[in-house]
Design a protein around this ligand. Structure first.
Ligand SMILES: C[S@@+](CC[C@H](N)C(=O)[O-])C[C@H]1O[C@@H](n2cnc3c(N)ncnc32)[C@H](O)[C@@H]1O
Length: 259
């Protein structure tokens, strides 16, 4: 199996292989844990490797945002995972839930203008970049994966803006600095989704608004009865995103708010 399986997205009881190009083995130069990053790798070198292994792409639902992504033009898309310097580079893909959420933000600037937004699980940073573009007052791109933070900074620069970037784990905690929490494609696991439901309930009780972008994953479907959530947007996914995410053709944005 090693070297031919990329990401698994749980859809119902089955695990679906999304693509066989995203294979990243463990024990590579940059692990998900910064403590394991090779000491002789500087931030500048990390940025150079991200640039080398990705394409600056606008081939997604928000072409006004440039993103360093692993695409079919990149060597890592085609080669054996043993050759990859990255472990689990979720940040190198623009997930369908993040795409639809960012599209919604760009098309509905008034909802985010002058607001303070926390993008949890920011990945490539696109949703946070979208919030910044529409005039949010404070935008924080949060991800627990250190390489994602480097990619987010790089992508922000590619779009000629800067972002507040944060590596803390906010899930389960109050978020006093922000009014809005955005979650792009975070419901990829049933157990994790349950944790998120409890946290979102707490955030809503504290007066926050939560936006969720999701391509119909099973774990989120279980939330419909648990959360005060309203569908505010639906779109078809671009062909390239469909090819990358077997079986997913559409995506939705949900707004959660206590009335
Ligand atoms: C499926 S990706 C989604 C990325 C991005 N939102 C998008 O839609 O393209 C999930 C992201 O969540 C991050 N993540 C997982 N658990 C997290 C946590 N507890 N706090 C912050 N980020 C987390 C992962 O590192 C990964 O970048």
């Amino acid at each position: 199996m090693a070297g031919c399986v990329a990401r698994y997205i749980r859809q119902g009881k089955a695990c679906v292989t999304v693509t066989c190009a995203h294979v990243i083995p463990k024990g590579t130069i940059w692990s998900a844990d910064a403590r394991h990053r090779s000491s002789h790798v500087s931030d500048a070198q990390l940025v150079e490797v991200i640039k080398r292994e990705t394409e600056l792409s606008t081939n997604h639902l928000t072409p006004e945002i440039k993103l360093h992504l692993i695409t079919q033009k990149c060597r890592l898309w085609h080669e054996h995972g043993d050759t990859s310097p990255f472990q689990d580079p979720f940040w190198a893909f623009y997930w369908p839930g993040g795409q639809v959420l960012t599209r919604y933000i760009l098309d509905n600037p008034k909802e985010f203008l002058d607001r303070r937004v926390l993008d949890v699980g920011s990945g490539c940073g696109a949703t946070a970049i979208g919030c910044k573009m529409v005039g949010a007052n404070l935008v924080t791109a949060n991800d627990i994966e250190p390489v994602a933070l480097a990619a987010i900074r790089l992508n922000a620069t590619a779009n000629e803006l800067s972002l507040d970037v944060n590596a803390d784990n906010w899930i389960g905690r109050s978020t006093p600095r922000w009014d809005i929490v955005v979650l792009g494609d975070m419901f990829y696991d049933l157990e994790f989704a349950n944790t998120l439901f409890h946290w979102i309930t707490r955030l809503l009780d504290e007066g926050k608004t939560v936006f969720i972008g999701d391509p119909g994953r099973a774990a989120l479907k279980t939330a419909v009865d648990k959360l005060p959530m309203q569908k505010v947007y639906k779109t078809d996914l671009p062909v390239s995103t469909r090819q990358e995410n077997n079986g997913l053709t559409q995506a939705w944005v949900w707004k959660c708010i206590n009335s």
